[in-house]
Design a protein around this ligand. Structure first.
Ligand SMILES: [Zn+2]
Length: 336
């Protein structure tokens, strides 16, 4: 914790000294893309279940900073740039949201409208209109609530769980991460094993509930762009060719049919280097997408690699100095 504070302090000093903007100047002709997941009414510092959600107050402050310092563009502006109809403004930034949570409509959209900032919302179509919990979160929550000893692991293994709460949480985060490296069939098998026990989600639906299609249409009607985040949110590089085709094509088709608009934007679930592949990129292109977003940090010259666009993640509880360093790219030098 002391290390984190020291880093925040260093980043704050760098900010006051103008280091962020000296750094950003070097990137001013390139596009910055920010990734959010959820916006909730209240802050919940220290609670890992809220680590991907930003409080509404923090979101408003962050948008004020973005509006003051950068030039927000929309998903459609990006397509116009890719098609040669316009060029990027200096210090261009695109706001994106992943997964399709209802809080995107109830908390994020009003703040974006207030700030006059556009955004692309990537939805996993298999979850829209359902009461399901996104599977990586479901694994964590089910294991947290797992009664008795030991905790099940994928592949029929087990690990003792009679440990203190902090160690148990660390163990559970490790298991959930491990599941992202399994073949999709193994991942689904493990989920079925966990689902054999009755369970009800202990979290406030404000955090995990998905939009209905009517709500997605509402977002679209308010001028926001809707992109695909696949159907089931699998790790695309773990799928066989047929499964991959379905995930990419069916989600695009569903969005276009439900909304009556084009869906040229795709965001790879998880989005790390190992989570997509040359084959995934080729299939995304042939499914008719125009660009795709990773979760690799960095700035973009979109015409160069439109199917490997980098994004800077904005987690919950982020210190303002860290947020500034993410806007400028300085955080890549500071190690996050
Ligand atoms: Zn996602």
């Amino acid at each position: 914790m002391a290390g984190v504070s020291a880093k925040n302090l260093a980043l704050d000093l760098a900010r006051r000294g103008g280091a962020n903007w000296a750094f950003r100047r070097m990137q001013r002709s390139r596009l910055l893309v920010l990734t959010y997941h959820g916006v909730v009414a209240e802050d919940h510092p220290g609670d890992y279940r809220f680590r991907s959600t930003v409080s509404r107050r923090d979101f408003r402050t962050q948008l004020e900073t973005v509006g003051k310092l950068l030039s927000p563009i929309s998903g459609s502006d990006l397509i116009d740039t890719l098609d040669g109809r316009r060029s990027l403004p200096r210090n261009a930034v695109l706001i994106t949201f992943d997964d399709g949570y209802r809080n995107n409509l109830t908390h994020a959209a009003p703040e974006l409208e207030r700030a006059g900032i556009p955004a692309v919302f990537f939805v996993s179509t298999g979850y829209i209109g359902s009461d399901r919990v996104l599977w990586p979160l479901e694994i964590k929550l089910r294991l947290q609530d797992w009664d008795g000893d030991p905790l099940p692991l994928p592949g029929g293994l087990e690990v003792p769980s009679d440990m203190d709460r902090g160690s148990r949480t660390a163990q559970i985060l490790k298991i959930s991460d491990l599941c992202k490296h399994l073949s999709d069939a193994e991942r689904r098998r493990y989920l079925s094993q966990l689902r054999a026990r009755p369970w009800s989600c202990p979290l406030d639906p404000e955090v995990y509930a998905f939009m209905s299609w009517d709500e997605v249409r509402d977002l679209r009607g308010r001028g926001f762009d809707i992109g695909s985040h696949t159907v089931e949110h699998p790790i695309l590089s773990r799928l066989d060719s047929d499964e991959l085709t379905i995930e990419l094509a069916a989600s695009k088709r569903a969005i276009e049919a439900k909304l009556g608009t084009d869906c040229p934007w795709l965001a790879y679930p998880n989005g790390g280097r190992a989570d997509f592949s040359a084959d995934v990129v080729a299939q995304a292109e042939s499914a008719g997408y125009r660009c795709a977003f990773t979760q690799l940090p960095g700035f973009n010259s979109p015409l160069e690699v439109p199917f490997e666009l980098c994004r800077m993640d904005v987690p919950g509880h982020v210190h303002p100095a860290v947020f500034h360093s993410r806007l400028s790219g300085l955080f890549m030098l500071a190690g996050g």
